[in-house]
Write a protein that binds this ligand. Structure first.
Ligand code: AMP
Length: 418
């Protein structure tokens, strides 16, 4: 039987991959403008890292992680997200001691055993950015500004930025108790998962997409009414900075996010065009995460953009690469010469395509046309004798002879004009 890929693990083929390259390239460029450096983390970590940071009672840790025992008997997990690993590495390498403020970005695959559907996969990719070591609302506003600068610059429209404050552990505990009390009376109306969440992690119920659970929460108390004065003040200052630069947002007191480590500012960017899985980006502050994994207090904030969902919003075939010249050679000796001419052109930064199969001239011309090459260089025995090639302009069909020595210069001039 022919071997197929694993469910939820998607190939990214040429034709689509150009959109990925564009999204990733722009992220590097824009994040660079804001002074962020790239961070690379391992694909696997000790399971404990995620259990202690993301939280035992979350869906990710409870039922979605790819956890294995490796050959030494250690429990290891394919990373389901990047933030915990970045914090682990930041502390492990003492970066907090050298320069407490770290601004990092990361691009790479994540793994969660979720039910696959459009926009939801088991291996998916995130573009992350994190500001570590800053408690001031300035960091919240700056990372949100960078996020919208980036997404807007990709040409995405109809994006909605929703923000909320989840408070600190002190103000969240009474809120959690209040929500538990509120929902106890409505227990029967909740879905099976949420009935379980009611005992383990009641705030997660806000994440449930089921209509019955949303309805049950319709008149639920708002987290914003439970914030302590410090958290209220922090949130007000974040909003004032966003207002200062006229960045549009909506406050959504029902947005809670699926990871336990979030404190204070939480946010999501949604795109109307995406349907059910409409969150392109999620993020928030995680002031207690470093302590959760055994480190000092490092107040921080970050976001993760889902690249699969992002590219769904990009226009088709952005920068599909096409050759600048196609080298059509006929016969054994001209083909050998064409091989070395092609390398010479590539050394001069010209994108060259060749025919690998010794096909007829007609078939090679058809291939050049299909690849949308604007020019073809034709080399047969006759041309080789004269140390020349024929240059054909595919649009005008005009042809001219060119000596070998002039090829690179001529093609460069043509490329500069186009
Ligand atoms: P999270 O790490 O859960 O806060 O998710 C951040 C972003 O990653 C989401 O807004 C999605 O765009 C994306 N994302 C999360 N899970 C998946 C998944 N299973 N498949 C594709 N994208 C995902």
């Amino acid at each position: 039987m022919q071997i197929k890929s694993i469910r939820g693990f998607k190939d990214i083929l040429p034709g689509e991959v150009e959109k990925w390259q564009f999204a990733e390239g722009e992220a590097r460029r824009i994040f660079g403008l804001f002074g962020f450096s790239e961070f690379r983390i391992p694909v696997v970590e000790r399971t404990d890292l995620f259990v202690r940071s993301i939280g035992e009672a979350t869906d990710i840790v409870g039922k979605e992680m790819y956890t294995f025992q490796d050959r030494d008997g250690d429990s290891i997990t394919l990373r389901p997200e990047a933030t915990a690993s970045i914090m682990r590495a930041y502390l492990e390498h003492g970066l907090n001691v050298q320069e407490p403020v770290g601004k990092y970005y990361f691009i790479g695959p994540m793994f969660r055993h979720e039910r696959p559907q459009k926009g939801r996969y088991r291996q998916f990719h995130q573009i992350d950015a994190e500001i570590l070591g800053v408690e001031d609302p300035w960091a919240d506003a700056e990372i949100l500004t960078m996020l919208i600068h980036y997404l807007g610059g990709l040409g995405l429209k109809n994006l909605g930025l929703q923000i909320n404050s989840l408070g600190c552990p002190e103000c969240r505990a009474p809120y959690k108790a209040e929500i538990q009390k509120f929902l106890q009376g409505r227990r029967a109306a909740l879905c099976e998962d949420c009935r379980r969440r009611l005992e383990t992690n009641p705030l997660r119920i806000f994440d449930c997409k089921k209509e019955e659970c949303r309805e049950a929460l319709r008149t639920a108390p708002s987290v914003l009414d439970y914030l302590c004065p410090d958290c209220l003040n922090h949130f007000a200052r974040v909003r004032a900075l966003l207002d200062e630069i006229s960045l549009p947002y909506a406050v959504n007191p029902r947005m809670v996010r699926g990871l336990d480590y979030y404190t204070r500012t939480a946010f999501e960017v949604v795109a109307g065009e995406l349907g059910a899985q409409n969150a392109v980006c999620g993020g928030g502050r995680y002031d207690g995460l470093a302590q959760d994994i055994g480190g000092p207090r490092v107040p921080s904030i970050g976001f993760a953009i889902g690249v699969e969902r992002l590219v769904l919003l990009l226009p088709e075939n952005q920068n599909a690469p096409r050759p600048q010249v196609f080298l059509a050679a006929l016969g054994e000796v001209p083909r050998r010469k064409a091989f070395s001419l092609a390398q010479e052109l590539r050394r001069a930064d010209i994108r060259v395509e060749l025919d690998y199969e010794g096909k007829s001239l007609k078939s090679q011309m058809r291939k050049a046309d299909k690849m949308r090459s604007p020019y073809v260089l034709i080399l047969g025995d006759e041309e080789l004798k004269r140390n020349q090639v024929i240059l054909r302009d595919m649009a005008s069909k005009a042809q001219e002879d060119l000596s070998f020595a002039d090829i690179v210069g001529k093609v460069k001039t043509l490329m500069a004009k186009s």
